[in-house]
Design a protein around this ligand. Sequence first.
Ligand code: NAP
Length: 279
Amino acid sequence: MATRIDGKALAAKVKAEVAAEAVKLPRQPGLAVVLVGENPASQVYVRGKEADWAECGMRSFPYRLSTETTQQELLKLIDELNANPEVDGILVQLPLPKPLDEEPVINRIAADKDVDCFHPYNVGKLTIGEPVFRPCTPAGVMEMLEEYHIPVAGKHCVVLGRSNIVGKPMASLLLQQSGTVTICHSKTENLAEITRQADILVSAVGKVNTVTADMVKDGAVIIDVAMNRNAEGKLCGDVDFANVEPKASYITPVPGGCGPMTRAVLMRNILTAAENHLK
Ligand code: NAP
């Protein structure tokens, strides 16, 4: 039976470390959070993050904008936040409601305030192994592996999903730790054949029961990044947890695994941004 990786406990530890460092700064680290529209999931995420930054002693600059907000108005707000010396990090909650275009917004955020690590400059720095910020979800996964002394070097790491926010940066971080990385996606042929070779399997697909017990090698480490709702409306990941847990050596639960760590790494990134600005 696998050891359950306790992302919630590790996140609490990381946030306590961040809070202890934040109070040493001459001013509170500041985070602007921009939420456009009424997407209920986004509202829940933002409320959760607000609780985190209060806990970490950070100052928040909340912007709740209506669905009628134009692209130009949003870009103007980003320019103002870029110029505000009390704002260390800018977080635009995605997805943006239509017809707003996300890419120009992400690209407009000053790279030194891009605490989500979505800006092409920061993505490039990450890819060449010189990250300014580490992307929150993948970095949270790496910290869980480290905490549980799970070796990555030389291991076959299989990542399901190739999105810019999870799959690709996840592969970059595993590669930097000398993992042998395979990235799978919706066009991958013989998926189960590949996942069965994984020493570490990271699933970031967003579909219930993508990873079933027959797709997993005995003793594999299973990291479930996804946040889905099952038929009963309960939060769950991609992995058939009940049947995969007995085969795995380590496994992350959903909830209580990757989610809390994503938020904790975001807090660390805001602290890093503030430290850089105050240098
Ligand atoms: P996304 O942009 O929709 O990407 C999903 C990826 O899965 C795509 O690359 C897609 O391939 C691939 N895929 C789809 N069906 C597949 C299949 N049958 N086999 C293998 N790959 C398949 O999603 P995302 O933003 O990366 O998020 C993924 C999941 O992680 C979601 O459930 C999301 O809610 C969750 N998430 C969690 C956190 C957290 O804090 N825990 C943070 C971010 C996201 P193609 O590229 O070919 O379409």
